[in-house]
Every structure is written in C-alpha cells, then in structure tokens.
Design a protein around this ligand. Sequence first.
Ligand SMILES: N[C@@H](CCC(=O)N[C@@H](CS)C(=O)NCC(=O)O)C(=O)O
Length: 369
Amino acid sequence: MTTRNESAPLVVYGTDCSYYTGKLEAYLRAKGIAYRLEPFNERNMRRAARHTGVIQIPQVECPDGSWLADTTLILDYFERTRPAPSITPADPATAFASRLIEDYADEWLWRPAMHYRWSFPTTAALMSAWLAEHVTEQRAPQWAKRLFWRRRQYGTFVKGDGVTPATCVAVEAAYLDTLATLEPIFASRPFVLGERPTPADFGFMAPLFRHFFCDPAPGRIMRERAPGVHEWVARVWNLRPERVDAMPTPERIPDDLGRLFATIAEVYLPYLDANAAAYAKGAKVVTYDVRGTPITEPVKPYRVWCRDRLRAELLRLENAARTSVERTLGADATARLAQPSPKPVENLILELPLTAPRQPKPVDSWWRR
Ligand SMILES: N[C@@H](CCC(=O)N[C@@H](CS)C(=O)NCC(=O)O)C(=O)O
C-alpha cells in the first residue's frame, strides 16, 4: 500500500518557456504554495489527460492523487481552499473587473504572443531548439525535432490562428497597445488595479512573462518602450505571501483604465460574441472585425465557456456592483455580455479537484476533439 504525503509539493507538468505555466507559477509563488515543475513529455501528457480530459500544459498532480487543470479554475480553486493571502478583491465589482481583465489578457494576447515567438526567425530558431532539447522523449535527430516544433507552432497558432500579411499589423498592435496602456498605470501604482495583485495581474503574466518579456524579439520592444512593464513582470515574479499579505486590497475599480476597458468592450467582447455565434451554427471558423481589420480564425469552444463564465459572474452582481461595472465597461457592452450564448458549451473540466478518470477521448486546449 502506498501512503500519500499531503504536504508534499504539487507536481506542475509544464515547461519554463510556457505561457500558462508562467502564469500559474507566478500565482503559486505569490501564495507560497509549494510545487515542483516537471517537464512535459508525451507520456506524462497522456497520463494527465486520462485524469483531466484535456491535452495542454500546465496540469497539476496533487499529493492526494487528485488533478487540477485550467489556470483560471486553478486560481479560483486555491482562492477557495487556501484563501490567505487573498488575491481576490473583496469588493464584488472590482473582483469582477479583475476576472474580466484576466480572461481578456490571457486569451486575447495569446495570438500576438505566438506571433512574436514564431514569426521572427531568430526567436523561432532559438525557441524551437529549446523545445527540441527539453522535450526529450521523441526519438529523432535534433534538427528534425526543431523543424517539427517550428512548423507545428507556426502552423497551428500563427498562420492557423489568423495571422496573415493583412492581419499582422492588427495582431502586433494588440501587444504594442498593451505596453502603451500599462506603462502609465505602473508609473502610478505597482499592480493593475492597485497596491495588491489580483487575477488581472496573473492574467497579464501569461503573455507578458514567458513570451513578451523572455523572448528576444518582443523582449527588446518591451525594454525600449515600456521599462515600467518590464519591472512589473519582475515584481509579480518576486511576490511572496508575507509581502502580499501586507498589501492593501483594491476597494474600487480605478478610473484610469479607460483604454483597457475600451479594448475589452470594442474588440474582445464582440469577438467572444462572434465566436459563440459561429459555434452555435456549427461553423469551423469565425470572421470578425478588429478595428477595421477582418480576422478569420478557428472557432474555439473553450472561449464560449469563458464567455458564459464571465456572464454568470456578471449576473451574480447586485445592483450597485452592476452599476459600477456599467460605468467602467459601458452600458452596451455590459448588456451584451449579460445575454446568453446562443448555444452553451458543455463544461468539460467540471469542478476541481478532479478525482475520477475522464472520458477516453481528450480535447485540445481550445476544447476541440
Ligand atoms: N485554458 C488553459 C490553456 C492552457 C494552454 O493553452 N496551454 C498551452 C501551452 S502554454 C497549450 O498547452 N497549448 C496546446 C498545444 O500546444 O497543443 C489554461 O488556462 O490552463
């Protein structure tokens, strides 16, 4: 019989160049939750998928044998089960704003993060060599592994996700606008919503840390244009629970976030609506407009679920909190988000922690079979 040491560290399957692994690690460090990073490979990904039903990183194996997946759900789970020090604002409107920003930041900036990693030849050469070296299981020469990674990542997440010569400027603008939006905010306070980190900071850590800060091409742009954002990445990575505990929690949505909420209201939420409508029609791709640029990309069932989660949180707000959100996001955008998606997506991850094996055919990170 094996005994399980429940105070042992979590095992996080991931890599230290990964977007969502970086977000999760930053959060676990801030909370003081011990973990060990275990490089992913085909074998442990297959094993994780048997428990969680998804093929993606990071995935977490807990000391008691249960499993966690999806960084948004994992943050929620630990905010419930290990609340101190809390990163969830007590004020409901501010908490909602932090979750909306988290979702926007880690979903919408995925494409520019992949574009800056895989479309720029020296960065792509470096990162494909890194992956070829670290994902050791495949028995193939290094050059073939490098080629595999370069083609796979570019094909799936750049070209295959709507980056073309016609959309490239709009995709890059998402990164450059993020820097221009955040730089003045970090000149006046340490975190997105105030003096203490919230889910908004960890959502932004996904693209801004492992890709935009660490990768050569976008890293140079960050250092030149937004040294305050560069400093914020290190600040979030350097959080410790004792320090977080002493930080005052934000009590209201700051009124200088207009540019960020305008992008969410004018670009991200209309995209989520278009994705949900295309999903309801059974379409494989969706075309929508980003400030004058049409973008076509695969329909993502996962993001229908993201939309419906945000909607459920919005509907739970009482009148005063709902009014604060309307003031920040605009009445029209708030009313649109309050509408149900035409066809909801079955919740594939369910409640964490996961304790029973899942369906035999796992989904990918966008919940496609
Ligand atoms: N919603 C998931 C997304 C996880 C995700 O997309 N991870 C990426 C790597 S950072 C991945 O595994 N992509 C799938 C692939 O490369 O096939 C989360 O928050 O954990």
